[in-house]
Ligand binder design. Structure first.
Ligand code: HGY
Ligand code: MN
Ligand code: MN
Length: 420
């Protein structure tokens, strides 16, 4: 059974209410939202999501990497490949309330709206919350969906060591989310992810819906520079092997290259620390991360090669030793053009403007696209701000996005009836 998209819409107050509620779970002593993967705060968020899934009479499954699945099907014997709606509920440090959570809660909302409308799913519909999408405590990011898609072994993922020295596998056990299902246990028929844009484009152009057709490549590495600790006062500038100064040269190099390049390359040094980290000692060691991104694989490789050549030159010039360690590397991804078209059609039928666009951020969709047709829907981020408590999307836009998701899911289910 399908419906004409203008007939049913999601329950706005239930969705917006849950986004607010989940946004209050996992706040630290300074009222910052910090639900890092497999932390106690993440457990609280997970428990809230599972209880909402059970309120909707969904079967709940958890796999070995802690991915959570809420399953809705006409009968428990229906084991056809499902339509999957997913994202994540782990957050960065001092996060906004929408990143990831909006997509998971909208997936649950779509299922409950279809249930209320008396819709009988001719194929299972599943809402998924993937573990450790943010990659802040354990790397790489998008880890749960990467394992689910077969891009990383579950053993390797469970043995990843966090920034706090913990083991992901032990932490998932501790919080009660080391599930039994094999990751990838149910290959989706199609996957759709609804997410805030986290960038300035939709708001700036006054467009309500983003039909995301591709997602840029990501290169994460950790760089260690080893110099010589020495007295800040007595050591002449020409006699220093200053790891701190060398690190600052790398940061300036990255910014200058990104500014002068003709490609949309972006470069970020998000974490840095010095040793021994004292006001009057020349740093003997600097450890920092480099996040490079570009929608074009060749340009991204060119940036990585340019950085590597620069590090060799800098080590010789400054008398320091420089080593690099790969943290994550994902090639650009192109989404399924049929689903992208469904997003545009659904937006149009609801009288919403839309535009095709590239995702600057990484998402679980880029991993699940490895195993089934996948695409994303974006809604505007005010000021383009994200990974920041000032992240904001107006309720009207959030509801519009969820209604477009509802129609795309309805379309995918009815669409598959034609070719099932
Ligand atoms: O890094 C990213 O783009 C995502 O927020 N994990
Ligand atoms: Mn996200
Ligand atoms: Mn994020």
């Amino acid at each position: 059974m399908t419906y004409h998209s203008s007939i049913i819409s999601i329950d706005a107050s239930r969705l917006l209410g849950r986004i607010e509620q989940l946004g209050q779970i996992g706040r630290d002593g300074e009222d910052r939202l910090v639900r890092l993967a497999a932390s106690d705060a993440d457990k609280q968020g997970r428990d809230a999501l599972v209880s909402w899934m059970k309120d909707a009479n969904l079967e709940v499954a958890v796999d070995k990497i802690g991915n959570i699945f809420g399953i809705w099907r006409a009968s428990s014997e229906d084991d056809q490949a499902p339509i999957m709606i997913g994202s994540h509920i782990d957050t960065v440090i001092n996060a906004g309330v929408y990143d990831g959570c909006y997509g998971v809660l909208s997936g649950l909302e779509v299922i409950q709206t279809l249930q209320t409308a008396g819709f009988v799913p001719s194929r299972p519909i599943v809402v998924a919350a993937f573990t450790n999408e943010e990659g802040v405590r354990y790397t790489p990011d998008m880890m749960g969906s990467l394992v689910y898609a077969g891009g990383l072994s579950v053993e390797e993922a469970l043995s990843s060591v966090g920034t706090d020295g913990t083991l992901l596998g032990e932490e998932l056990e501790r919080i009660g989310y080391a599930g039994a299902e094999e990751p990838g246990f149910w290959k989706p028929h199609a996957y759709v992810e609804l997410h805030i844009e986290q960038g300035p484009v939709l708001e700036k152009e006054g467009v309500q819906i983003g039909a995301v057709e591709n997602l840029q490549g990501i290169s994460w590495q950790r760089i260690t520079i080893e110099g010589v600790a020495n007295h800040a006062g007595t050591t002449p500038i020409t006699m220093r092997s200053d790891a701190g100064y060398a690190a600052s040269c790398v940061i300036s190099f990255l910014r200058d290259r990104a500014t002068s390049s003709q490609t949309p390359t972006v470069a970020t040094v998000g974490c840095i620390n010095f040793e021994p980290n004292a006001v009057n000692i020349i740093p003997s060691r600097a450890v920092f991360t480099v996040d490079l991104r570009d929608p074009n694989e060749h340009s991204l490789q060119a940036e990585e090669e340019a950085l590597s050549a620069y590090l060799t030159e800098l080590a010789a010039a400054e008398g320091v030793k420089i080593t690099t360690e790969r943290m994550a590397r994902f090639e650009p991804v192109t989404f399924d053009s049929n689903i992208v078209k469904m997003v545009e059609t659904a937006a149009k039928q609801r009288g919403l403007s839309s535009k095709r666009m590239t995702s600057g951020a990484g998402h679980d969709a880029q991993m699940i696209a490895r195993i089934c047709p996948a695409a994303m829907i974006f809604v505007p981020s005010i000021g383009g701000i994200s990974h920041n408590p000032r992240e904001f999307t107006p309720g009207l836009d959030l509801v519009a996005g969820a209604n477009v998701l509802l129609d795309v899911i309805n379309n995918l289910v009815s669409d598959q009836k034609k070719n099932s």
